[in-house]
Structure formats: C-alpha cells, structure tokens
Design a protein around this ligand. Structure first.
Ligand code: NAI
Length: 329
C-alpha cells in the first residue's frame, strides 16, 4: 500500500516512521505540499493519501483522486469540516479520521495557559533572564476555591474538569448533553449563568454554525470582571475584534489562546523575519495579559503516537473494507 503524506512536518515523520515499520506492506512518501486541487495529482500511483486540518479535501480534489485512482483519504486529525463527505461517498472514496487522541494533552495545555496568564510566567521568564528580579506585573490570583466554567464537556472538557477538580476549584459546565461521568462534582448551568459566575472559562465545544462567535461583546459583558478566558478548541468560537474590545474594557485578568481566527496563515510557519501586512495576532499580543500558542494542544509524544497508530490502522481497515466508527465517508 503506497501512501502520499501531505504537508509533512519533521514531527510527523518522527511519529509515523516507527509505527509504519510495523506494517511491512505500507510505504509512505512524505511531502511538504499542502493537499489542494493543485497538488492532488501528485498522488497518482498511490493507494491512499494522508492529510491534516488545513487540507482542501473538497469536491475538486476528490474528483482528481477518483480520476487517478486514489481510493482512501486518511485524515490524521479529528476534524473533517474540510472534507466534502457527500462527494467522497458519491465517488466511492473512503475517508477515515482519528476521532480521539489523548484528550488530556489538550486539557493540560488549557490549564498551562490558564496558569501562565494567571501568574504571568511568560513575563517572569523574560524578566529574570534580564536580571530583573522585581515583581512588577506578576501578581496572580488563587485558583483554589474559585469557579471554573467549562463550555463543552466531551472528552477534552471532561479532562479539563478533572484537572480543575485537582486544583480545588468549584466546577460548573454548559453542554447540550450532560456527561454522566462528571455528575459527582460538576454542576450543569445555562451558558449565561456560566458566563456570569466563572472565574476561569475554558472552551471545549466544537465549531459549528451554532457556536460560531459564541464569545462576542455581548457574552463578554456578561462575564465577571477579572475573568480568565481560555480557548484551545477552535478560533472562530471567539469574535476576535470583540475580544480585543473586551480586553480594552479591562474585562479579563488573562486570555490564553491556542487557537484564534487568524491562525490558518500562521500554522506552522516561521514568520519571524516577515513584515505582516495585517495582523490581528500582533494586536492581541500587544496586551500584557494575553498569551498565544500555535495550535499545539495535540502536540505531545502520546497524542502523536496515538494519531500515527490510529491512522495506520485506518489504512488497514480501509484496505480490508471494514467500516468502523472512524469513517467519515
Ligand atoms: P467531543 O465531541 O468529545 O466533545 C465536544 C462536546 O461539546 C460534546 O459534549 C458536545 O455535546 C458539546 N457541544 C456541542 N455543541 C455545544 C454547544 N453549542 N455548547 C456547548 N457544548 C456543546 O470533542 P473533544 O474531543 O472534547 O474536542 C473538543 C474540541 O477541541 C474539538 O471540537 C476541537 O475543536 C478541539 N481540539 C483542539 C485541539 C488542539 O490542538 N488545540 C486538538 C483536538 C481537538
């Protein structure tokens, strides 16, 4: 089985190569190019392709795959909003994904961001390196005994609830469905109640039409003054311009973002020597209480290994014609 692996990063090769060695009949070629209609023809002669979150697996790409005989698309991620599943089904192309891989990896980053913006560790690190041992700008607040509001209590949100419990926080949550595993220590409330009662708000619901810009100036106004807001889910859950307005209103003690609306052009590129024509990211970073990471919630040894294991198992299942819960088409 020959697989063309699009937008391959060094870390992809490091995590996939040892797993691929366990499959004697699997051969993977790694290329830098992103998957899109322009690059789809590169997969001629391959049985399958492997793609990531920003690939364009729309109708045009899938039509090209059908013409050149590519029968399997392996998404090495959970999301598949970039896949035209109806078209794939129509063309008989199998698409599989990795629905879950180490939810604790993302939840731990959410708490890491909360702690960093609370205790300003990013600032402390630089100050001490500069021989500045003053405490100016570093005062934090206690999380113990405060209220954590978790929006979305699926796999990652539930892991975040467990972490907040370990910190001695009271936990309230908002979700359309209550997670029975959390019933002993999480109280479900309406979104408005969550916004008005929480000292720490962490977003863990998916991006859908109904959740697009769920954090906007109206919802920000409902929050407590001095709240910490964390987003490790999807950038467009938050209206960035209105978030900036909220930051300017001094609403937030801190804001930690692993995802943000403008990230697509940044992931995973070194722009350090570029003059950016327009950058909301730069505007956000100008605030002392904001910390941004580059969509790295999934980036742990364990999560990468789980992604590689499941992706290659998906390939074998697809080859053997097995339908599994990982199928999206
Ligand atoms: P999940 O499917 O296990 O849980 C999502 C939860 O959100 C479900 O309980 C669902 O009922 C709830 N939900 C749906 N609509 C809602 C609404 N309108 N309001 C409140 N809750 C709602 O998903 P999982 O695995 O916990 O992932 C959550 C999100 O984390 C993903 O959608 C993805 O966007 C993000 N993610 C981020 C990563 C990163 O590297 N930063 C890596 C992996 C996922």
């Amino acid at each position: 089985m020959k697989v063309l692996f699009y937008s391959a990063k060094v870390y992809d090769k490091k995590s996939f190569e040892p797993v691929a060695e366990e499959y004697s009949d699997v051969e993977i070629d790694y290329i830098d190019h992103e998957l899109e209609p322009r690059t789809a023809t590169l997969a001629k002669g391959y049985d399958a392709v492997c793609a990531f979150v920003n690939a364009d697996v729309g109708a045009e790409t899938l039509e090209i795959f059908a013409q050149i005989g590519v029968k399997i698309v392996l998404m090495r991620c959970a999301g598949f909003n970039n896949v035209d599943t109806d078209k794939a089904k129509e063309l008989g192309i199998i698409v599989k994904r990795v629905p879950s891989y180490s939810p604790e990896s993302v939840a731990e980053l959410a708490m890491a961001l909360a702690l960093a913006v609370n205790r300003r560790t990013y600032k402390a690190y630089n100050k001490v390196r500069e021989n500045d041992y003053t405490l100016t700008g570093l005062r934090g607040m206690l999380l113990h005994g405060k209220t954590a509001g978790i929006v979305g209590t699926g796999k990652i949100g539930a892991a975040m609830c467990r972490i907040c419990r370990g910190f001695g926080m009271n936990i309230i949550a908002y979700d359309k469905y209550e997670n029975p595993d959390l019933k002993d220590y999480v109280k479900y409330v309406s979104l408005d109640e969550l916004l008005s009662q929480s000292d720490l708000i962490s977003l863990h619901c998916p991006l859908m039409d109904s959740t697009y810009h769920m954090i906007n100036i109206e919802s920000i106004k409902k929050m407590k003054d001095g709240v910490i807001l964390i987003n490790t889910s999807r950038g467009a859950l938050i209206d960035t311009d209105e978030l900036i307005e909220g930051i300017r209103m001094n609403k937030f003690f801190g804001v930690g973002l692993d995802v943000y609306e403008e990230e697509a052009g940044n992931l995973y590129v070194d722009h350090s020597d570029d003059i950016m024509a327009h950058s909301v990211t730069a505007r956000l970073l100008s605030f002392p209480n904001v910390m941004i990471t580059s969509h790295q919630g999934f980036y742990t040894v364990e999560a990468l290994k789980a992604i590689a294991d499941t992706t290659l198992q998906n390939l074998i299942d697809a080859k053997e014609g097995k339908t599994t819960p990982n199928d999206v088409a």
